[in-house]
Design a protein around this ligand. Structure first.
Ligand code: ADE
Ligand code: ZN
Length: 339
């Protein structure tokens, strides 16, 4: 069976994509011109050539600098619509989208501007593209817990637009425990919880332990190092915690697609799924992640289908909707195998 077309048409969900990480250079240039922002690069090609990250901080510097072109509600609308159009072409039928409000309020762009622009695109994408979405507010862990709490309060009038909260940015010296009160408050507001445990970070096993045992997350972003602890693997398996792994992102940040680790996760009965993280910067959307993984790891069809199933199982959709998406996925696989 030819796996590339099979993977391209496979119905799937994406649970780990930062909307700001989908900003394509061409859109950057268009918005820079509209908003009178000057960019260092002269062309989109020159911009891409400067993407020379080799670890998390060197990526984050470029990622935050790129956001300077996002100013008004229509910019956030365009950014989101652009990604969701691309998602539709990749047969992504459901997305849980991260956004980083502190990266915008710190530049003088209001929380309402950001969320209203993103939300309007979500509504249009559901109607025009049949791509369903939910939104996850991410706190920047290299900012203070007080700032995170302030932003959670800004989200209060918008709770109907947000399904959960996450934690991203630079993990070094910023453990999950720093945000325990904010996440407890978010839980009491009815929000789901996830946190990044980026690959090969200092104290990674203690961070993974904290997110599972102390914070009580509903999912873990990345979390690949969990394989180093049998006790943590057992906990994640018992709690049926999804792990949103991002192979091409890993290749940039830790110089490995982590295909062997993803296989091991499947063998250990964990629930990994595949994601793009920041697809514009890493030059790979979800299908390219699946294809790169398959090429390196020689995954079986069954393993690839399990990874796609996990993207729905680990989602925060109501059970009936999960089952409906899983049934569509099964239909697709059965029809494909008959051909
Ligand atoms: N922000 C955007 N992508 C991220 C990642 N992979 N890790 C931490 N923060 C991020
Ligand atoms: Zn991420």
């Amino acid at each position: 069976m030819e796996l590339r077309p099979f993977l391209e048409k496979l119905p799937k969900a994406e649970l780990h994509v930062h909307i700001e990480g989908t900003l394509e250079p061409e859109l950057s240039f268009a918005l820079a011109q509209k908003n009178n922002v000057s960019l260092q690069a002269k062309t989109p090609q020159e911009m891409i050539a400067a993407y020379n990250f080799h670890d998390l901080p060197s990526f984050l510097d470029i990622y935050y600098a790129g956001m300077s072109v996002l100013k008004d509600e229509s910019d956030f609308y365009q950014l989101t619509m652009h990604y969701l159009r691309k998602a539709a072409t990749q047969n992504i039928v459901y997305v849980e989208l991260f956004f980083d409000p502190q990266a915008h309020t710190s530049r003088g762009v209001s929380f309402d501007t950001v969320i209203n622009g993103i939300h309007r695109a979500r509504s249009d994408a559901a109607a025009e593209l049949s791509v369903q979405t939910n939104l996850i507010l991410c706190f920047l862990r290299d900012m203070s817990a007080e700032s995170a709490m302030e932003h959670l309060m800004m989200a209060q009038p918008h709770l109907d637009k947000i399904i959960g909260v996450g934690l991203d940015s630079d993990e070094k010296n910023n453990p999950p425990a720093k945000f325990s009160a904010v996440f407890e408050k978010a839980r009491s507001m009815g929000l789901k919880l996830t946190m990044h445990c980026d690959v090969n970070q200092d104290n990674t096993l203690e961070h993974i332990r904290q997110v599972i045992e102390d914070i009580g997350v509903d999912r873990i972003d990345h979390g690949v190092n969990i394989l180093e602890s049998e006790a943590l693997c057992n906990l994640a398996r018992e709690k049926k915690l999804g792990l949103t792994v991002c192979p091409v992102s890993n290749r940039f940040v830790v110089q490995s697609l982590t295909s062997a680790e993803i296989k091991k996760m499947l063998q250990y009965g964990l629930m990994p799924c595949i994601n793009s993280d920041d697809p514009s910067y890493f030059r790979a959307y979800l299908n390219e992640n699946f294809i790169a993984l398959q090429e390196e790891g020689d995954f079986t069809v069954k393993e690839l289908v399990t990874l796609a199933e996990n993207s729905f199982k680990a989602s925060w959709l109501p059970d009936a909707q999960k089952q409906a998406y899983l049934a569509d996925l099964q239909d697709y696989v059965s029809e494909y195998q008959e051909i």
